[in-house]
Structures are given as structure tokens and as C-alpha cells.
Design a binder for this molecule. Sequence first.
Ligand code: FAD
Length: 263
Amino acid sequence: MYDFAYHKPTSVADAVKLLADPDAKAISGGQTLIPALKHRLNKPTAVVDLSGIAEMKGIKREGNTIVIGALTRHGEVATSAEVKSAIPSLAMMAANIGDTQVRNRGTMGGSVANNDPAADYPAAVLALKATVRTSKREIPADEFFQGMFTTALEPDEILTAIAFPIPEKAGYEKMRNPASRYVMAGVFVAKTGGEIRVAVNGAGPCVFRQADMEAALAANWSADAVDGVKQDPDGLNGDIHGSAEYRAHLVTVMAKRAVKAAG
Ligand SMILES: Cc1cc2nc3c(=O)[nH]c(=O)nc-3n(C[C@H](O)[C@H](O)[C@H](O)COP(=O)(O)OP(=O)(O)OC[C@H]3O[C@@H](n4cnc5c(N)ncnc54)[C@H](O)[C@@H]3O)c2cc1C
């Protein structure tokens, strides 16, 4: 039996009050939380549905930044004219998340707050040096992702939007698990304000920056520059879908493809 109270606040302030209960859980698109509830992996006493909060929706440009509301669905990011023109690699990333149903329900805020090691968006947030806006503060990408399914968010803190600086160049490539379509290994490369950042997802327990590739690309922005840079398999994920060594190999392959995609 499911046994929880259901709330649907219309403001961030009201949602924060409801989440002060340590056994309450926020829900956005439900694409991760509902399966977790079905498997009884999570048993909240209250579910706080954020989908009625208008201030957490929409995509807008603020100077040289694209600000995406946390409730923006993957399908909206994929088809947004603003995102496609300013950060096409981000729109492309969104277009390749899961399947049509997942893209029509899942949200950017839910994905980034969940920080699944195999999620796509964390790589874009980290490589693009985005800022995570919450009900309390602004958190730089480098401080946000803290480990597997772990972020800097406090239990009653709501992710409200993400601000992405517009890059000069950016590209993303991933190897998908053919069954789930989750990332086996993905690489997002970006050059923003002259700074080069490379973020790897899927391969390890948490998205991380690849410093050797960043240095190689700073010296020579080309796919050849990362060709010789090997990822250490130590600490990477190994499971029935692929060993740590396989994922390490994929990181170099995906990095080369991402640089080519970035142009
Ligand atoms: C079949 C399938 C395939 C998928 N494939 C991919 C894929 O290829 N790539 C990929 O990246 N993802 C994939 N996903 C995951 C999908 O992108 C989800 O949308 C995402 O993980 C969670 O977003 P959500 O809005 O559904 O969050 P929810 O399920 O509603 O919430 C997830 C977690 O985040 C918390 N939360 C939600 N919103 C907020 C907020 N604004 N502030 C703070 N906490 C919040 C919730 O309390 C919960 O713990 C897949 C999912 C499925 C079911």
C-alpha cells in the first residue's frame, strides 16, 4: 500500500515549508521517484509535487546566459529555439535522453538534483560551468555534484533553475546502454570565455572533470589532441554492462567525437 500525503504547492516558499518534514519528498517529472516508490526503495510520508510552481518553469536569456527553470522538461529543452541557437549541444543532449515518454515528463531539475551517475545533464552543468539556483542560494557546478546520487542540496532545498553561460564551442557524445539508453560513458567538452572544460559522465560514480584532456585541448583544440589521453580505469564503474577498463576506453573515444561535434 502506498501511504503518503500529497501536496501541490504553487510557490517555492510553500514547497520549502512542506519539505521541512524530513520524511517528505519532492516530485517533479516522477520518472525516477515513481519507479523508486514502486520498488519500495523510498517510503515518504508526504510527496510534494512541484509541478504547479510557475516560477520554476521556462527558458530565458539573461545577457550571455541561458537560464532554464528546474521544471523544464527534456522535450522542451530539446525543442527550444533559444537553447538550439545558443547551446545546440545542450538541446541535442536533451533530445537523446531516454525515450519520448521520459522526455515529455522528466525535468532538468529532477535529473540534476538526483545526480544519477548515468544521467546526461550533470556533464553539461559541469563542463559549461553552470550555476545551480536554489530556494536558498546559488551553487557553482564545481561544488554541486558531490558523489553518487549526492549533491550539495540540503533536504529542504529546492533546485529552482540552472544558469548556463553561452560557450564559444561545446559538444557532447555518449555511448548508450542499448537497453536502458542510460549513459555508459559520455563526454561534454566546452570552451567558454577562453576556458576549456571536459566533463565525464556515466563512467564513474559521479560526473567528473578530465584535467589531462582539458590541458591537451588548451594546447591544441582538436580531436587528435585527446586521442593520446588515456583515462585511468581505477575508480570507474564496472558492472554486467561493461568493465571499468571498457568505460575508460570509451572516455577517450567519446572525447574525440565530442570535440569533432563541437567543431
Ligand atoms: C526508462 C527511462 C530511461 C531514462 N533514460 C535516461 C537517459 O538516457 N539519460 C538521463 O539523463 N536520464 C534518463 N532517465 C531519467 C530521467 O531523465 C528523469 O527525468 C530524471 O532522472 C529525473 O527527473 P524527474 O523530473 O522525473 O525527477 P523526479 O523523479 O520527480 O525526482 C527525482 C529526484 O529528484 C528530487 N527532485 C525532483 N525535482 C527537484 C527539485 N526541483 N529540487 C530538488 N529536488 C528535486 C526528487 O525528490 C527525487 O529524489 C530515464 C528514466 C527512465 C524511466
